[in-house]
Design a protein around this ligand. Sequence first.
Ligand code: GN1
Ligand code: MG
Length: 370
Amino acid sequence: MNTFKRDSIQKIIDNFSISGSLLSYEVKGTGNVNDTFRVDVISENCSTPYTLQRINHNVFKDPESLMTNYSRVTRHLQSKGSNACLTLIASKKGKSFFRDEEGNFWRMMPYIDGVQCYNLPEKSSHAYEAGKAFGQFQLDLCDLPGDPLFETIPNFHNTSNRFKEYLDAREADSSRRFQEVLELDQFISCRKNLCTEIEAEQLPRRIVHNDTKLNNVLLDENTGEGVSVIDLDTVMPGCVLHDFGDLVRATCCSVDENEKDISKVSFLLPFFESITKGYLDATYTMLEQDEVSGLACAPLVITYELGLRFLSDFLSGDKYFKTNHSHQNLERAKVQFKLLESMEKHRESMKDVVLREWQLRMPKESSFCT
Ligand code: GN1
Ligand code: MG
């Protein structure tokens, strides 16, 4: 939880290369892991807004290496004209982060006005722009020079491994909660095949975002166009299908991830169509056939995986995701599994959309089956 007092925030920003004093601050974002603030700093009667973030080092075990990735990626994106909101403000010691006395890692960036982010799309153009923005992000990072990026969370989207972690949490049942999830356990067992649907090791290893929620894209308030992809902590080598799948999971749902009434959960095919169009508009020159063939199934895999992650955390006593009440991770898992069930009914239509949109962008002679 964000329990920071004004004095502590002031002390933290004093360690960055900016001048002025704290005018105001507010908690921002709906992230389940890091803490994010907007801070307004006043200097000579002029107030400047910044984003200040505390990196959760229980989740990200090596924040220093993470910040090296972050700097490399943002510098590269900037060389391609990306938005200033990703520019890191150096600490007074010239580093990309500041480490406080308690061992917390902090970073600071300019806060930009005139943009919006959405937990759920309000219109199809939001979904289209998000698909395009994440696609462009992958494309822009294809030629990142230097060594491979550091893996900030190993096995992050290894679904088989997530399944194993679920079995371990079930076995340990450290919070004595397994009795409450018997029905979900059945549902999970029947769908174990999803663990191996994405064969990431057979596909190109590219630099991907890995946390492609709709609210990780800033859209221009006036034009609605994608301005920047944010939240770069999990940017690392991986598979494009996880990005596409996670964006669909987060965007094409009738309710927010934290909805308590699961009868309201359903998959929204029209938004899937918009994401597919945007994503392929950005990436059709980059993608290989095997990657395109996996696009329709990827959302099911990622939705299953996140359901497993929420449920494992519930069984283990809510150690990973931030929660506001005791059964929140169980509620979140139920939303994901209900969404998966709804996606299953649309599987054929999803394949049709991908095939149609891909063929529209391909030269006439190339064809394949999804
Ligand atoms: C976490 O904190 P946030 O919202 O950026 C999680 C994602 C999940 C997401 C679900 C590092 O992201 O993988 O999809 O919650 N990030 C990490 O809301 O585990
Ligand atoms: Mg994130």
